[in-house]
Design a protein around this ligand. Structure first.
Ligand code: IDP
Ligand code: MG
Length: 140
């Protein structure tokens, strides 16, 4: 099994609520290594690249607005099967039904917003991970 890298984002709701450390702690306690980390205010251009697959969906504009609503933290986590492993730590997209024990299941819930606010993003494949890492870390 080869070592993988994944892109994790702590979304603006996670940063606003002071959950950056909690997210990083869960990644580290699981045994993955954080190998790059930055805080940034995402602009529309970077988010259009990151969320290109969702263009045209009803939640696309609210998603971009939400992701621009405050600072985010981007990090690279590394380890064997980290892509699948972080998605497992994060839980499913909808925080109402995300399993207790997961980041989304423990720390998020449905809000009265057009876009689901669920604390974190994690890449969903090797191809997405490399593409997304190059967006946030310039090909590093
Ligand atoms: P993921 O983050 O679990 O991979 P995606 O389907 O890639 O989920 O969607 C990206 C983000 O867009 C989600 O994390 C969530 O914030 C938002 N989102 C996804 N589907 C919906 C929806 O049906 N309604 C509102 N927001 C959504
Ligand atoms: Mg996704």
């Amino acid at each position: 099994m080869s070592k993988e890298r994944t892109l994790v984002l702590v979304k603006p709701d996670g940063v606003r609520r002071g959950l950056v450390g909690e997210v990083i702690a869960r990644i580290e306690r699981k045994g993955y290594e954080v190998t790059a980390l930055r805080m940034l205010q995402a602009d529309r251009a970077i988010l259009e690249r990151h969320y290109a697959e969702h263009e045209g969906k009803p939640f696309y504009e609210p998603l971009l607005e939400f992701m621009m609503s405050g600072p985010i933290v981007a990090l690279i986590a590394e380890g064997e099967r980290v892509i699948e492993g972080f998605r497992s730590l994060a839980g499913v997209t909808d925080p109402t039904v995300a399993a207790p024990g997961t980041i989304r299941g423990d720390l998020a819930r449905q809000q009265a917003t057009k876009v689901v606010q669920n604390i974190v993003h994690g890449s969903d494949s090797v191809e997405s991970a490399e593409r997304e890492i190059s967006i946030f870390f310039g090909g590093k």
